[in-house]
Design a protein around this ligand. Structure first.
Ligand code: TYM
Length: 329
């Protein structure tokens, strides 16, 4: 089976954008690939953070992935910093990446916003991401739309390394689905739903209780018409809600348009809230079960790290050899 690799940052609560854009697809495709899913704690260090919160968040995100259906029998689930080879390969790939291409990364431009005080980790972020992927010879990288540019850079670095030092890395393909790859904010349909938005009303988190979900959807921005119709250009808010509805209920969007023809937004929103609540209910239940026995999550991550390490150590021996690093054998 081809290998699929993806990562998620242990920063704050996971939201339905992460779920519909990435995690849900990881779960649905679990039998299709040889899977690795990584909680990228080293990436989470690139912006100021509280060290005492990082481990609890790492365990929380791992719990959410397990609750969403990641099966440790079929997927390697592990924490990035448990496998030192990620940082070593990051350095090596960094010698091939150019200042110009890293400076052009949209995420870097947004997070640095011209400030000279931003940490160099924000600049190097996509190089570490490339190392995550290339270290395991991943063929497929299932992600949301916002990661497209980083996967493109990963491909460029893999090809550059192969040209410079000889065929070593698999050049990975991004796997970005046409629906759900860019779930928008509930309060501003022109911005993507994001963990870093200061307004919690802008996103629905996996852990949100039913009443909170009902309130957030009731208050979600719409438009001044009263027609439930998919038109991303003219009706971005309703189109976003239709996408969420369609993915959670597994009903095609044209069918939803027919169902709500001539009906107002409030009925549509009321039903949408129940669909989201029902979709998250089994995940929330498993989260509660896992919270009662956190040892399971830690043991799963420890086992995952051991399996990942074995692959990483073997790959880095080849990489060091190709680069002429260290002593002769
Ligand atoms: P992170 O933690 O920001 O997001 C995790 C996944 O969720 C997707 N996503 C969304 N999808 C749809 N709509 C949204 N509003 C939305 N917001 C987030 C992201 O695209 C992502 O797939 N750089 C990565 C982490 C990473 C990684 C990797 C990914 C590190 N190394 C190697 C793949 C391969 C990130 O910031 O994820």
């Amino acid at each position: 089976k081809p290998r699929a690799f993806s990562g998620i940052q242990p920063t704050g609560g996971i939201h339905i954008g992460n779920y519909l854009g990435a995690i849900r697809n990881w779960v649905l495709q679990q039998d299709q690939y040889d899977n690795m899913f990584c909680i990228v704690d080293l990436h989470a260090m690139t912006l100021p953070y509280d060290a005492s919160e990082l481990r609890p968040r790492t365990v929380e995100v791992a719990s959410a992935l397990l609750a969403a259906g990641i099966d440790p029998q079929r997927s390697i689930l592990f924490v990035q910093s448990d496998v030192r080879e990620h940082t070593e390969l990051c350095w090596i790939l960094g010698t091939l990446a150019t200042y110009g291409e890293l400076r052009r990364m949209t995420q870097f431009k947004e997070k640095s916003k011209g400030s000279e005080r931003v940490g160099a980790g924000v600049f190097f972020y996509p190089v570490l991401q490339a190392a995550d992927i290339l270290l395991y010879d991943a063929a497929v990288v299932p992600v949301g739309e916002d990661q497209k540019q980083h996967i493109e850079l990963t491909r460029d670095l893999a090809m550059r390394f192969n040209r410079t030092f000889g065929e070593t890395f698999v050049v990975p393909e991004p796997d970005i689905k046409p629906a759900g790859a860019r779930i928008m904010s509930l309060t501003d349909p022109l911005k993507k739903m994001s963990k870093s938005d200061p307004d919690p009303e802008s996103r629905i988190e996996l852990r949100d209780p039913p009443d909170v979900i009902r309130r957030k959807i009731r208050r979600a921005v719409t438009d001044s018409e009263a027609e439930v119709r998919f038109d991303e250009e003219r009706k971005p808010a309703i189109s976003n809600l239709l996408t969420i509805y369609s993915l959670f209920a597994d009903v095609p969007i044209p069918e939803l348009e027919r169902r709500y023809a001539g009906k107002g937004y409030s009925e549509f929103k009321r039903d949408l809230a129940e669909v989201v609540i029902a979709g998250l209910q089994p995940i929330q239940q498993r989260l509660d079960e896992l919270a009662a026995d956190p040892g399971i999550v830690i043991r799963t991550l420890r086992g995952g790290a051991a399996r990942a390490r074995e692959l990483a150590v073997a790959k880095m021996a080849v990489v060091r050899d190709r680069c002429g690093l260290g002593l002769p054998p």
